[in-house]
Ligand binder design. Structure first.
Ligand code: NAP
Length: 255
């Protein structure tokens, strides 16, 4: 309890999956949590859950590709809770699953806009607030697909590779401001994103079994497996950690 007390956290894509788990755990550990998403009903429910469990949270509609919306939401969050010291750049999409030669420019751009430009814009607009807070932690959701490849979803791989290196550049640029930046690299985690992806590929139960076998620990992960890593990187326990890659993958990338 209290590992991130007195800190203000913004989580993008906080209504479902990993973002939701991060919001709930950050709230339980004492942060004031700005739950943001494009799914308003589910996002509000997450904020209500944190408040009804004795934490402090509110919901903002935030589309991560919309710079004006980010600017105004971050300014309102700071007014309500104080300067932001934790940003979890979590919102992300899988996008089109086609080989490179079949992809359209629109399909490519869509993934890059959400997964890469979204991280850039949210980071851009949080720096001022983190400087006012006196320190900060930026946590970017990359993926095992930002470290190793697989013969699928080419724009997703490109986007998560970009996020990995953007993190290191920002770690260097803002170290002097005591702002840390780290990336997290989950393997398959059972969330609506993965379920939706499997539904588009065939029988979900059979495909989940196949996914399980890709992980040496024998199964896909759950959102809390990643939320624990997020809380560590958000807290002062990781005060000497910046530019690092936290791989949480059940052994997927050992091979
Ligand atoms: P999820 O279950 O789909 O949840 C992501 C949330 O972000 C959803 O509420 C989604 O809304 C929202 N979102 C999508 N586009 C957005 C936008 N443009 N602006 C704001 N919010 C937006 O995803 P997840 O599995 O928890 O994944 C979270 C992050 O972890 C992503 O960056 C993902 O790439 C990364 N990751 C996930 C896994 C995994 O196996 N689950 C593995 C490695 C990395 P909609 O539902 O309307 O899209």
């Amino acid at each position: 309890m209290g590992r991130v007390s007195n800190k203000v956290a913004v989580v993008t894509g906080g209504a479902l999956g990993i973002g939701r788990a991060a919001c709930v755990m950050l709230g339980a550990e004492g942060a004031s949590v700005a739950v943001t998403d494009i799914l308003d009903e589910q996002g509000r429910e997450v904020a209500e859950l944190i408040n009804s469990s004795g934490g402090r949270a509110a919901y903002w509609h935030l589309e991560v590709t919309d710079e004006a919306q980010i600017k105004s939401a971050f300014s309102e969050i700071e007014k309500q809770f104080g300067p932001i010291s934790i940003l979890v750049n979590n919102a992300g999409i899988t996008g089109a699953n086609k080989p490179t030669h079949e992809l359209t420019q629109e399909e490519w751009d869509h993934v890059m806009n959400v997964n890469v430009k979204g991280v850039f814009l949210c980071t851009k607009h949080v720096i001022g607030s983190m400087r006012r807070a006196g320190s900060g932690s930026i946590i970017n959701l990359s993926s095992i697909y930002g470290l190793v490849s697989a013969p699928d979803i080419p724009p997703y791989h490109a986007s998560k590779g970009a996020v990995r290196l953007m993190t290191k550049t920002d770690a260097l640029l803002y170290a002097k401001d005591k702002i840390r930046a780290n990336s997290i690299h989950p393997a398959y985690i059972w969330t609506p994103l993965v379920e939706k992806f499997l539904k588009s590929q065939g029988d979900v139960t059979e495909l989940r079994k196949k996914l399980d076998t890709l992980h040496p620990l024998g199964h896909v992960g759950e959102p809390d497996d990643i939320a624990y890593g997020i809380v560590y990187l958000a807290s002062d326990e990781s005060k000497f950690v910046t530019g690092s890659e936290l791989v949480i993958d059940g052994g997927y990338t050992c091979r």
